[in-house]
Write a protein that binds this ligand. Structure first.
Ligand code: ATP
Ligand code: MG
Length: 567
């Protein structure tokens, strides 16, 4: 097993916060490593040190001659925005291949599920999921030996996520990926490195098994520490008694014995088993209950896309949410989930009787927006709470949530992704809502935070409406599932139907046959084809369900969406 990269006794601090102390880490060829850690523990910082963007305060890093390293950042580099999809990938070919290896670019884009029409699209115009595919292709095309990924699944819809799982597991390249998604980690990694207490704990196991082992290790350390502390207490008491006797009886032998015992206590204190201090961050909610029949009702309505030229997105056939309902809103990127949530919030803020969205008069929404736009990067944590909450001792609340006193005046801009998300949850808590509307609440939050959030939601009997691509979170939290698909909002009995839909769609996208890559169509041809597809879809949907062809329906619907986009 050849070693690609090795860190020895790394030491590093950010601001007043020590992050690593004597951290050792080795990555071998073909390793598939998950890097897991609490928010703010320094994972993103460690990636910057590994790829050479940041110099550590101390320690050594050795890189093998075979190391060819690529990093996939969480967001696409804005310098690529004006390039076409093809150009953005072509520029990543090694210099000596740029002139004659264009077919490699074409092949890789096709493998990533793009068609030739899309090759000419500007990067800025690609959807979030498509940009993620491009970033992945840019990392892979130069045949690196190691790829570093920083939270690659945040913002991905389930369909793109499953696509990545399949691609990652087919790679020969070693990778280290930071993620808080337990399901994803289990699917694509074989080793788990926990970054904690300024050092790493490494297990040759995927996340779930590794975390059981880490818990066992912690339990054993706690038990050992208890025994040691008992022993220390006993020895200390004996030393004290001997010292008193030595004095009372003027006995030098007893006094010497007491001194030796005290020295032993000191040695034992120094050698005590290390017990983890944990993250220190706490995520709590304060959700009120409402006694009523309905919390929210949306009448039959065609929902339109926002903007100057609104287009029909989907149709709602009367939706209502009762107090205590935990509703997951499912659907692919771009179907209109965020539009619906934003519409609800907009109507809530301008609540008027007789509107097509009706709120219970007691309804008080705590809104977590996916982009965390409410947080102003130039304000400090304390100022953010002052700006957005009515009353409270904000400093005490921040300290209770686990933020160190020295950090309270830290600007939002320098917070890690998870620290920002936690600040937003604290802001919601301080406003005591009775209905939580949460857009992708688990992006950025570490695994412990997600578990806190899960138990807080379940214990509080909260009414919630969430969008989330974290399957495990959806499965645990939600008791109602509504899906936006094929321009309709409908209720499902369980989310599996939606996950199955994803697998089928991915399978269709993964093998683009050469003859399905079409030359650009004229507007008139597009319209003809749209009508043709609509007829085929309507005819097939009109059949009895056992005679329908769901896979073909998906394929037609996808083509229909693409053609509509082209128009
Ligand atoms: N310029 C800075 N000044 C002060 N502190 C900083 C600065 N940049 C980062 N930090 C702090 O360093 C710590 C580590 O940040 P980092 O982004 O590496 O965390 P992380 O483990 O990636 O967290 P997350 O899981 O939330 O992404 C955080 O507490 C962050 O607030
Ligand atoms: Mg990070």
């Amino acid at each position: 097993m050849s070693v690609l990269l090795q860190c020895h006794r790394l030491v590093h601090s950010m601001g007043s916060k020590p992050l690593f102390n004597d951290l050792d880490l080795t990555i071998n060829a073909r390793d598939r490593v998950g890097l897991v850690g609490h928010n703010g523990s320094g994972k993103s910082t460690l990636l910057s040190i590994l790829n050479g963007q940041l110099n550590p305060d101390g320690g050594d890093i050795s890189r093998s001659g075979d190391l060819l390293l690529e990093t996939v950042e969480q967001f696409i580099d804005s310098r690529l925005n004006e390039r076409t999809l093809f150009e953005a990938l072509h520029e990543k070919l090694p210099a000596e291949e740029q002139d004659f290896n264009e077919f490699k670019v074409t092949m890789m884009l096709q493998q990533m599920g793009f068609n030739e029409t899309e090759f000419r699209f500007k990067v800025a115009d690609l959807s979030g999921g498509q940009q993620n595919r491009l970033m992945f292709a840019r990392a892979v095309i130069s045949n690196p030996t190691l790829i570093l990924f920083d939270e690659p699944t945040n913002h991905l819809d389930l369909q793109t996520l499953l696509f990545f799982e399949d691609l990652l597991t087919s790679l020969d390249t070693a990778y280290l990926l930071v993620s808080h998604d337990r399901h994803f980690l289990d699917a694509v990694t074989e080793r788990t490195v926990f970054l904690r207490d300024h050092r790493v704990y490494s297990f040759s196991l995927p996340y779930s098994e590794a975390s059981i082992r880490l818990n066992e290790h912690d339990d054993a350390a706690q038990a050992m520490r208890k025994v040691e502390e008992k022993k220390i207490r006993e020895l200390r008491a004996s030393a004290k008694r001997l010292a008193i006797w030595g004095k009372v009886y003027d006995n030098e032998k007893l006094a010497r014995k007491a001194k030796n015992m005290e020295k032993r206590v000191e040695r034992l204190e120094g050698d005590k088993t290390f017990v983890t201090s944990g993250s220190g961050l706490k995520l709590t909610l304060d959700v009120k209950n409402v006694q009523a029949n309905r919390m929210l009702q949306i009448d039959d309505r065609q929902i339109l896309s926002p903007g100057l030229d609104p287009k029909p997105l989907f149709y709602i056939d009367n939706l209502f949410i009762r107090p205590g309902d935990r509703v997951a809103l499912l659907g692919h990127n771009g179907v209109g989930k965020t539009t619906l949530i934003k519409l609800i919030m907009e109507r809530f803020e301008t609540d008027s009787a007789g509107d097509f969205i009706k709120f219970n008069p007691q309804c008080d929404i705590g809104y977590y927006d996916q982009e965390l736009e409410l947080l102003n990067p130039n304000r400090s944590m304390t100022q953010t709470l002052e700006d957005n909450c009515n009353t409270g001792d904000y400093k005490a609340a921040l300290i209770k949530a686990g933020f160190p006193y020295l950090d309270l005046d830290k600007k939002v801009a320098v917070l890690s992704g998870g620290e920002k998300a936690r600040l937003m949850f604290l802001l919601i808590k301080l406003n005591h809502p009775n209905f939580l509307v949460l857009g992708e609440p688990t992006n950025h939050i570490d695994i412990k935070g997600k578990e806190d959030l899960e138990s807080q939601i379940l214990e509080s009997n909260a009414t919630i409406l969430i969008t989330s691509h974290d399957r495990r979170f959806v499965d645990i939290i939600a008791d109602r599932f509504i899906l936006i698909d094929q321009h309709e909002l409908r209720e499902l009995n369980d989310p599996q139907t939606f996950y199955d839909l994803d697998r089928t769609t991915v399978a269709i996208q993964e093998t683009p046959a050469v003859d399905t890559i079409q030359a650009p169509l004229e507007d008139e041809d597009i319209l003809t084809r749209i009508v043709e597809l609509e007829t085929m879809l309507a005819e097939d949907q009109a059949r009895k369900s056992k005679f329908q062809k769901p896979k073909l329906q998906l394929k037609w619907a996808r083509e229909w969406r693409e053609l509509n986009d082209q128009l």
